[in-house]
Design a protein around this ligand. Structure first.
Ligand code: AHR
Length: 503
């Protein structure tokens, strides 16, 4: 089997947005407590943050972190998490059926984000709360002058405003499971009012309206249309969330999850642009794909990975999915899809960061390690630089139950003209055979050498990284990759993800 595509520096999509490499820290399960924060841990710093997890976060190449939820945020009172820790209340978290001690709140999180070197994307509660609370938390976070809440922030140790630019106007309010679930009309009005009020405080905020929780929602696309009718002028982004579940055993469809992500993005962009056309607006709404990942949701639905409903525990184990090789190949392919849409998807968050469906795992009092999915994310974040190049792979296809006929090989490339570097990211979804890939490099007289090449695959596709074998699955140097006569050639093993850097 063989596949090919041509690289041409003139076929640019858009600059790589660093925000594509975002992640997500929700007060959920053990993401915060014993994830990023564990004061009694041997690696904890003076603020109680695990330095082993911080080091892995930096290595992952995360640019942006959404906080504090998720479903959690729709019942959250932000002011519970500020001031002296001993005076903070313990509350019920109805989203995940557990107790929230509020030991970590926004001041601690911003401090952690500074250490991790990531931008904060702050999610507002528009489930049980409204315009006033959104204004209050914004005043606390960003107000420079001597107002009551800016003073309170000072009193709590932060003299300077945090300068957070990116705010989510709620979370998944299209979902009946969401505390404060709303119709598109109800939500659209509230989001527009909140956005306008926030903008009168700080005009250049970047605001994300809630889009669909998945493309399978009955309200998919009509939700976006109705919400944007209300909010078009007041927001910059519409969100998208997608989780891909391999539980039904249909590996062929699962490997083609990026086909669904492509369709999701096209549909949301088309819907947003049609609202823009109706409103005669020149403005273009961007997509914030602020929750995406592989997630065995069937295990959660059956209760196998959910909190015990008979208990109210603090930081219980919830959806600590262990990722295998196939999952990592799918994560790599979803990053290819996100990059391909860089003209419209300019922010994205792998959900979540630690323990909860996460690339990083940690044990209380124990080690932290990289899941299989860590690797394609870290390599893509490191190598994707400059402009995204459009590529059109030609090659074999296969039939899937969910998405029909899909290409076996999918790819994207980036070109950093200043550094003189090109990176190619490619996936082989075929389960049976390798595919030989040839990539003519259309850069004129310019010659290239391979500076690094990585492939993630394994003879055992169900292999994963565990506390006892944390490096069982790692990317290996790609065998037999060559550049001759300005053609890049390599063999893509079955079910594999590869990244090649040329300079
Ligand atoms: O990331 C886990 C959960 O998935 C989030 O809390 C919610 O927004 C989504 O349904």
């Amino acid at each position: 089997l063989s596949a090919s595509f041509r690289l041409d520096p003139a076929f640019t999509v858009a600059p790589v947005s660093r925000r594509t490499f975002g992640s997500f820290v929700e007060h959920m399960g053990r993401c915060v407590y014993t994830g990023i924060y564990e004061p009694a841990h041997s690696t904890a710093d003076a603020d109680g943050f695990r330095q082993d997890v911080l080091a892995l976060t930096r290595e992952l190449g995360v640019s942006l972190v959404r906080y504090p939820g998720g479903n959690f945020v729709s019942g959250y009172r932000w002011e519970d998490g500020i001031g002296p820790v001993s005076e903070r209340p313990t509350r019920r978290d109805l989203a995940w059926h557990c107790l929230e001690t509020n030991e970590v709140g926004v001041d601690e999180f911003v401090k952690w984000a500074g250490k991790a070197g990531v931008e904060v994307m702050y999610a507002l509660n528009l489930g049980t709360r409204g315009v006033q609370e959104a204004l209050d938390v914004h005043e606390y976070l960003n107000q420079p002058d001597t107002t009551r809440l800016a003073e309170l922030r000072r009193l709590n140790g932060a003299d300077k405003p945090y300068g957070i630019k990116l705010f989510c106007l709620g979370n998944e309010l299209d979902g009946p499971w969401q505390t404060g679930h709303k119709t598109a009309q109800e939500y659209g009005r509230l989001a527009a009012e909140t956005a306008r009020a926030l903008r009168s405080a700080e005009p250049d905020l970047e605001l994300v309206a809630v889009g669909s929780s998945s493309s399978a929602m009955a309200t998919f696309a009509t939700w976006e249309s109705e919400v944007l009718e209300h909010t078009y002028d007041a927001v910059d982004f519409i969100s998208a969330h997608a989780y891909y579940d391999p539980s039904d055993g249909d590996v062929g469809s699962f490997l083609a999850s990026a086909v669904d992500m492509d369709h999701f993005v096209h549909s949301v962009v088309a819907t947003a642009d049609s609202v823009g056309a109706r409103l005669k607006s020149k403005k273009r709404i961007m997509v914030s794909f602020d929750e995406w990942n592989v997630w065995r949701q069937a295990d959660f639905a059956s209760g196998a990975s959910a909190a015990n409903p008979d208990e109210w525990a603090v930081a219980p184990r919830v959806i600590e999915d262990e990722y295998d090789v196939t999952d990592a190949v799918v994560v790599g392919s979803l990053l290819i899809s996100l990059l391909r849409h860089s003209d419209r998807v300019t922010a994205a968050c792998l959900a979540q960061l630690v323990n909860v469906i996460a690339p990083i795992r940690s044990e209380a009092g124990g080690p932290a390690w990289r899941q299989t999915t860590f690797h394609p994310f870290a390599i893509t974040s490191r190598l994707a630089r400059g402009q995204v190049l459009r590529v059109e792979p030609s090659g074999p296809t296969y039939e899937t139950a969910k998405y029909g006929d899909v290409p076996m090989v999918d790819a994207v490339a980036t070109h950093d003209a200043e550094a003189g570097e090109v990176s190619v990211f490619v996936v082989n979804r075929n389960q049976g055979e390798p595919v030989t890939l040839s990539v003519p490099l259309g850069f004129g007289a310019r010659t290239f050498e391979i500076t690094e090449a990585w492939t993630l695959t394994d003879g055992d596709l169900s292999a994963s990284n565990t506390v006892d074998a944390p490096d069982r699955v790692v990317p290996v140097a790609t065998e037999g990759v060559t550049v001759e006569d300005e053609i890049l050639r390599l063999e893509l093993p079955p079910v594999s993800w590869s990244a090649i850097r040329l300079a």
